[in-house]
Design a protein around this ligand. Structure first.
Ligand code: GLA
Length: 352
């Protein structure tokens, strides 16, 4: 049966009790800063994940993904053996589900592309639990619970950006978030510009191990610099005295925070914002080492296009999507011109 023909009722044979959705996100600037107390600037993408659920009267949760056509069952309060169900299992356990639930998941957020399909799934499931009356939490508490799902049930030591973006961002604005205080401001996109996202088609195979390794490296760099987090570095010369690769890793985080600070100043043009994105890509490629040759190719093609203000890898990296800021109204044309020259199997994912 095709997923589009399926529903909660056809899979589980009874009626749903609650449903909720949450979007994926694309980060415009401020990459790999959110686990060092830094500044980030994501926006929501139009694609969403929806979780629909109902009590099933047993001691087991049953979860079904229509997009993957996969079902998993596991005891209440426990983790699922693998796959997408771990995100749901974590959200159900941390969200306080004490009796068996049936959960039907549909999503059009691209998976494995660095667009936070996992945060969208966590936040949608937690919101559905709230709609069911099981979880009493505000949107910030939901984001924090969703981050604990990553840490405790998935094994990725993620920061808080994705879950906060899924909870608070909308596709028409940037969410300027201080990941230390969780203070946030909603800002308009740079005037005369729109967002284009292209999936490079490169699977993010190293993402989990590479991510945790980068995190350990910047924690070590902060320790050696005697600061709580790299957000607190006041002397960039001290960073340059670190041994490699801690020097490069820390340099990325410190310069990336500066780029975000500049990007949110009033009156920053799309032109200047784009230059900051280009500089971010260079830093992620050379200092943070989280890009990929196909991703670099796509970014170079975009950066060379006259209607592109700037472009870079987005999300954790190691493959996945690139984001570009392009002249308003030109996103589709830029994507078509770029993909015609790209050697990999890319596709435009935003505008949806
Ligand atoms: C992943 C993590 C985020 C953030 C980004 C990199 O998406 O989940 O917390 O660290 O990578 O900026």
């Amino acid at each position: 049966m095709k997923s589009a023909e399926q529903s909660f009722e056809t899979v589980f044979g009874h009626a749903p009790e609650a449903t909720a959705s949450a979007p994926g996100r694309v980060n415009l600037l401020g990459e790999h800063t959110d686990y060092q107390g830094g500044l980030v600037l994501p926006t929501a993408i139009p694609q969403q994940t929806t979780a629909t659920l109902a009590r099933n009267g047993t001691g087991e949760h049953r979860v079904y993904s229509a997009d993957l056509d996969e079902q998993a069952s596991f005891p209440v309060g426990e983790n699922a053996p693998s796959g997408f169900a771990r995100y749901v299992a974590g959200a159900l356990a941390l969200g306080g589900a004490r009796e068996g639930l049936d959960v039907f998941v549909t999503s059009d957020v691209p998976m494995g592309a660095g667009l936070s399909s996992s945060a969208a799934l966590e936040v949608a499931t937690l919101r559905a639990l709230r709609a069911l009356g099981v979880l009493h939490a505000d949107d910030e508490q939901i984001a924090l619970l969703a981050q604990r799902v990553e840490h405790e049930f998935v094994g990725v030591q993620s920061g808080i950006m994705d879950q906060m973006a899924s909870s608070f961002a909308d596709p028409a604005h940037m969410l300027f978030l201080d990941t230390r205080s969780l203070e946030r401001r909603t800002l308009p996109l740079p005037a005369g510009a729109e967002v284009l996202v292209i999936d490079s088609g490169v699977p993010r195979k190293l993402a989990e191990s590479g991510y945790n390794e980068r995190r350990a490296q910047v924690e070590e760099a902060a320790r050696r610099l005697g600061v709580h987090e790299l957000r607190d570095v006041t002397d960039p010369a001290a960073v340059e005295a670190l041994p490699s690769p801690l020097r490069e890793r820390a340099r990325h985080v410190v310069t990336e925070n500066k780029r975000v600070q500049e990007a949110v100043q009033p009156g920053v043009t799309a032109q200047r914002f784009g230059e900051l994105m280009n500089a971010s890509h260079t830093s992620l490629r050379d200092d943070y080492a989280v890009s990929h040759p196909r991703v670099d190719e796509l970014v170079s093609l975009l950066q060379a296009h006259p209607d592109v203000f700037g472009a870079r890898v987005t999300g954790a990296g190691f493959g996945g999507a690139v984001v570009a800021l392009v002249r308003e109204g030109q996103a589709r044309a830029v994507a078509a011109a770029t993909l015609a020259r790209y050697s990999g199997p890319g596709r435009r994912v935003v505008p949806g």
